[in-house]
Design a protein around this ligand. Sequence first.
Ligand SMILES: NC(=O)c1ccc[n+]([C@@H]2O[C@H](COP(=O)([O-])OP(=O)(O)OC[C@H]3O[C@@H](n4cnc5c(N)ncnc54)[C@H](O)[C@@H]3O)[C@@H](O)[C@H]2O)c1
Length: 350
Amino acid sequence: MKILVTGSCGLIGSEVCIYFAKQEHKIYGVDNNQRSVFFGPQGDTSWNQKKLQSTLKNYEHITIDIRNRQGVLDMVEQIRPDAIIHTAAQPSHDRAAAIPFEDFDTNAVGTHNLLEAVRRSCPESSFVHMSTNKVYGDAPNYLNLQESETRWDYADNIFEHGIPETFTIDQSKHSLFGASKVAADIMVQEYGRYFNIPTCCLRGGCLTGPNHSGVELHGFLSYLIKCNLEKKEYKIFGYKGKQVRDNIHSLDVALFIDNFLKAPRIAEVYNLGGGKENSCSILEAFSITEGITNIPQVYTYVEENRSGDHICYYSDLRKMKEHYPDWDITKSLQITFEEIVDSWHKRLKN
Ligand SMILES: NC(=O)c1ccc[n+]([C@@H]2O[C@H](COP(=O)([O-])OP(=O)(O)OC[C@H]3O[C@@H](n4cnc5c(N)ncnc54)[C@H](O)[C@@H]3O)[C@@H](O)[C@H]2O)c1
């Protein structure tokens, strides 16, 4: 297959490129290192571009901005990929408020450019879109919650497996980022339903792994572990540090995409996270990291939570497992932490 991967130098994009290149597919990677524009030098992903180009013989890099409509239309017409895996985005909700036009143009309009290019040039190709759990806004915060010593959790049994895809996306606070991702998510579904294109939206929880260039505003686990190793202060924003995230290793994201491409469906939506088993609070993340590095976490507590931030979120994975029974989480929380520690050790030495 010819596979077009947008955001190819980011966390998910690079994992997907490596995964599918190993299966001898031809990979076209699109990335203009916009992450370094969004987040400054700490967010630079050019190290990953060099790595992909030097290690994958069937990888071709295209430095194009997905906001460049004509450029995107021409590129897709020329390549006519068999599958598109769209991971390029402005990924931070805090950052979106400072750069609202760039955020919407990238997340909503950039996605639309790609969808229309696919409809015109290769409508039979599968389109996988990385969406986010922020499409649910802060509605999960209004569920009944229970507090324990180290975490928040859902109090009602109907959510014992986590948040399902049927959860409301309406009438809650999303952040501008969440809103631009809702626009993209609905557009991807619409191109599926209206034009019969095999599309899916993967509404990610915390996607993580050793290839993340974690920064304070995006990539919580990667950034938390980096702070630990550098003995740098980590700031907890509100909720007593008991806010819960479900963490999924980027390889498990790639494995799910592989399953979808082998048996694509039309206009599907999945909540893709680590699920309850791979969930942890910030306080619990400190303990796991300290257990691996033996370095006490330095942190401060800021009373005010991030606007619209989830108190407790973990994905209900049952729909994914029902549609794709061969897929399951392969990387435990402990292994994921260990890999991130190992990766930062190596990167901080250079
Ligand atoms: N990491 C997470 O925790 C998480 C959670 C939920 C959803 N997601 C979604 O998954 C996707 C991938 O996230 P990630 O963590 O890999 O992000 P990332 O920032 O690591 O990667 C995105 C890549 O896209 C590139 N990019 C951004 N704007 C571009 C543009 N206009 N043109 C070309 N390239 C551009 C960036 O340079 C970067 O390399 C995003 O859609 C994000 O919203 C991520």
